[in-house]
Design a protein around this ligand. Sequence first.
Ligand code: AMP
Length: 589
Amino acid sequence: MDWPPIKKKPDSLAIPPNLQEYEAACASFSWEALRREFTGVSGGRGMNMAHAAVDRHAGGPLADHLALRWLSRDGDATDFTYRGLMAESNRFANVLRQLGIGRGETVAVFTGRIPALYFAALGTLKNCAVFCPLFASFGPEAVWQRLQRGDARVLVTTSRLYGQKVAGLRRRLPGLRHVLLVDGQGEQGEGVRSLPDLMASTSADFTLPSTDPLDPALLHFTSGTTGMPKGAIHVHEALLVHYITGRYVLDFHPGDVFWCTADPGWVTGISYGLLAPLLCGITSIIDAGEFDARRWFAILEEQRVSVWYTSPTAIRRLMRLDMEPRREYDLGQLRAVFSVGEALNPEAVLWGQNYLGLPVHDTWWQTETGGIMIANYPAMDISPGSMGRPLPGIEAAIVRRLENGTVEAVGEPDIRGELALRAGWPSMFRGYLHEEEQYRQCFAGGWYLTGDLASQGADGYFRFVGRAGDIIKTAGHMVSPFEVESTLMMHPAVAEAGVVGKPDALLGEVVKAFVSLKSGFAGNEQLRLELIAFARSRLGPAIAPRELAFADELPKNNAGKIMRRLLRAREMGLPEGDTSTMEAGVGEP
Ligand code: AMP
């Protein structure tokens, strides 16, 4: 069903949007011009993300403006001005320097949403080292994979997470030289140090090393269809996209209070929880608490949030509750609501309109794109169910892959194909760490192929269809089936595992595993629960399967590869499609 557009009247908005004339902005936009604006922004020392986000403001009229407000689980607020954030991040940069950590070396942070994570991120960037966030609910195996693949030299973490999930892995991480405990005190030994002690003994002044706009800055792990998580590398000039999407999409204005609910363990929580609002000189709210509808509405009200960026899963959770947020809370200062991470159903767009007084604006991007690429803009009509239109400066198209390895644009409206972006925007990932071939395969004919299927309407709006591969999106988190399968197969009872995403009204998809057992093991309830617990303890709850079923045989193709597509089709009661490449006699329904 097609939903009627939500009409916008930019002239009647209290604050005129930064982007008013979309076509004109697209026609006149140039990355080069924006690059020039930011060249030399770091005091003649190139283009450094953290300097542009913090120090630039700390040295000007915004020095005492609130940069970050951190809310503890109890709701207590701790404030950091731009000047304060500069001092803390300088200290962290000095700690790295003292430890001999320099340009291009990876600093991983595994802490959850606490201020030290943000100081470490900014300090790492200032020191021209590479910042790599890790989601705090990852289990030991998931953490090890990323620390090892990311060549982490330093890990910032808490005593609890270290003891529970990392200490036992140190032997398998020979390159990890320093562990800095945010709550550690005194001498700890074995390269484990107290971060507060180190911070207290360093200076709050730091001389920025000269930073090339193309120096690596961020390492974000994302899931692969066939392999283990891949580390996508982003460079300092990605800040140009964070900045311009802050202005054009999220429509930041001076004095705005912005809340991005994404966890900093994932790309959105860094590009938008930290960088974009600071680059635009506004206030960002960080909440240490977990999802709780009343807490969230209270934050929107009490913190006077004016721009809110959240996810479809969160909005669907809010929709399920019998609440009247507009009646119960004063949300009068809220100007715009945005969402990212998975398809935003039209009902969710309209729920925003009816229950918040504001429609939800869908935005599309991915770890590899580094920032928002397609969006519904505040000044433009919303087409519910559509991801919107490309950012000025971004060329997007629907393409078909050809046999000879090239691609062609489908060139007609409403035809499904793969979503592609003309390569070369500043926040484009510059590699998958140690996986050059995988990286190369993402490009053809000057296009970056996103792995998403979509279509484009005659009105220019893009619509999401689904993932081209097997990657699972659950509650906004990308899950690699391969990573889950490999972990399940570490259990002595498991012969083979096939992992798929099963559609779920709330979470988008849930992770479901099909497992065949080695002889001598019986697929009973006790073993089912044991396997789920086994995966949870190694991967953490965000990645581990929620559902698990036993199968005598898993369907495989001639090459012996498990056909996840078939498992998914069977699970959903759908036609199984072409099974001609299946192994003879195996996996009959
Ligand atoms: P990640 O790299 O974890 O940020 O995930 C990126 C993927 O999430 C995209 O390739 C899409 O499959 C999905 N995604 C992100 N935003 C949207 C959206 N607005 N609509 C549909 N899918 C989305």
